[in-house]
Design a protein around this ligand. Structure first.
Ligand code: SIN
Length: 280
């Protein structure tokens, strides 16, 4: 597509684009039409230079769909649609430090997530993203046939790599209810994107418990193999934050990981969930 209204730069061959020179709070319909086309193509978009208070942020993000809520946070007192992710200098645990898709343990996971950088460390604290269409396309026809029709069970009780079940050890991220209720949902292991019909591998190391109808011992070797396929470097990009960047990514087509390499420094992000549809 020939973009007339936005200036963008791809972050890698696989995924991600940075869009410069756009004031999202005052963008025209023509600009939004191009942003939506680029989003479908690049999966994760980054908009530097956006000065937004929490309510203005939620209003901008609602251009991608209705802004819902993260199930384990009441949100900010002044704007419940916005959830603050903070890591203080004395803390070691980081929210989202493992490859994952957001909130797959819900029956209807968010279709997209937005992250806005409030305060960033002098170096580190980057976020990695991976393209799940490419991960699926690279599988052999034989494995694709084996996976067709399988469903995977996603759960908050998965303890791998800092999943929700160990979430109590966050100090500055205010979670509530995550240690009491176990949320669990089964979704197709190969998911079809609701807009372009492309297929993705829809399991992740933080939330997937097992393949439905299989034992844990039977499930884990295949799941581990799929995680390796999803995390191949050539399917990824890395975003280095500065303050006032808005990122939005497609939770069907992308996985992401928050790199925990900035101990001794503060990082604060605002996070918003965009309501989605039941995975098929
Ligand atoms: C997340 O996993 O939602 C947070 C990602 C980040 O803080 O970079």
């Amino acid at each position: 597509m020939n973009y007339r209204y936005i200036d963008h730069q791809s972050l890698s061959g696989a995924i991600g684009a940075e869009v410069r020179g756009v004031d999202l709070a005052n963008a025209s319909d023509d600009v939004w039409d191009e942003i939506h086309a680029l989003y479908l193509d690049r999966i994760a978009l980054f908009f530097p230079g956006q000065t937004l208070n929490p309510t203005a942020l939620a209003d901008v993000v609602s251009h991608f769909g209705p802004v819902g809520k993260y199930p384990f946070s009441p949100g900010l007192p002044e704007e419940p649609r916005v959830f603050s992710l903070v890591k203080e200098p004395h803390e070691t645990k980081n929210f989202g430090e493992g490859w994952h898709t957001d909130t797959t343990y819900a029956d209807i996971p968010p279709k997209a997530t937005a992250l806005y950088s409030v305060e960033t460390p002098p170096a580190g604290g980057d976020t990695l993203f991976a393209n799940m269409y490419l991960a699926y396309d690279a599988l052999s026809d034989g494995l694709k046939e084996t996976l067709a029709g399988l469903r995977a069970v996603h759960s908050t009780a998965v303890r791998r790599g800092g999943g929700r079940a160990v979430g109590n050890s966050y100090q500055s991220v205010k979670l509530s209810g995550h240690d009491k209720a176990v949320l669990e949902a089964a979704h197709p292991l190969v998911r079809t994107h609701p807009i372009n019909g492309r297929k993705v591998i829809y399991v992740d190391a933080l939330h997937t418990a097992r393949i439905e109808g299989w034992t844990d011992a039977e499930s884990q070797p295949l799941l581990e193999y799929l995680y390796q396929c999803q995390q191949r470097p050539e399917f990824t990009c890395r975003y280095q934050w500065e303050p006032n960047v808005l990122a939005v990514w497609d939770n069907c087509a992308a996985q992401h990981l928050a790199v925990n390499d900035y101990h001794g420094h503060r990082r604060e992000m605002y996070r918003l969930s965009i309501t989605g549809e039941r995975p098929v």
